[in-house]
Write a protein that binds this ligand. Sequence first.
Ligand code: KIV
Ligand code: NA
Length: 278
Amino acid sequence: MAKKTINDFRQMVEKGEKIVYLTAYDYLTAKMQEKAGVDMILVGDSLGMVSLGYDTTFPVTMDDMVRHCQAVRRGAPNTFIVGDMPYLSYQTSNEQAIANAGRMVKEAGVDCIKLEGGGPMIAERITAIQQSGILVMGHIGLTPQFMGQIGGYRAQGRSANAAMKLVREAKAVEAAGAFSILVEGVPAAVGKAITERAGIPILGIGAGSYTHGQLLIYADMVGMYDNFTPKFVKKYANVGEVLTNAFKEYTEEVRKGQFPNDDEHTYKMSEAEVKEFL
Ligand code: KIV
Ligand code: NA
């Protein structure tokens, strides 16, 4: 299948077809997701927790993001890839934001970048990056780079006032030139209100069923990341358990001398050669 473009996503929204979105951080996972036919892959700065073992997304660097976006691009050459802008790669100035978004495109071949926030400063960055020719996905609601101000990993927009603020932020991000917005961690009614008022594709993670598309962190939905699982995650597999069991079985078999089996798992040599050699 050909790689989808902005036009395909707009058409999908018009036809009411859901956009399927998953995170990936490495070559193998991206390859499987492309094979499965997902529409869009996010190389999220959740990389920090899922692949690098940090407690938050803050330590993730541009070099980390570029390296992992490259790996995902190699695994999914025909899938629309969104590269997440890590903390302090866009906040400081329009120039830095453009330069770093440009690295994602030039060095890793991503199709779009994503950045967090719905305030006036972020709107200015979105416009700057968009005007440099790069597709921008906004990200509002539960935005981990604002964790300190949010006061932890908690749902957003649960009061009428907070919900109205998110609806206004979505409008501001759209007006700034974002091609799409990801809404995270809000009640379904808020996801619906934002989607109904939007003129661009609205993707949701933990934002209910009404958004134009759905995102999950792949390591959550296959049961690999078990440090913390948000309420909105559905587990489609227990890959963590499958892998742990395989590692255990291997450990036991090596210790007992059951692996390798020399009839099955080793290279052959003719009896004559063995005799001569010994
Ligand atoms: O980094 C990420 O994976 C994200 C999603 C959780 C929304 O930004
Ligand atoms: Na992120």
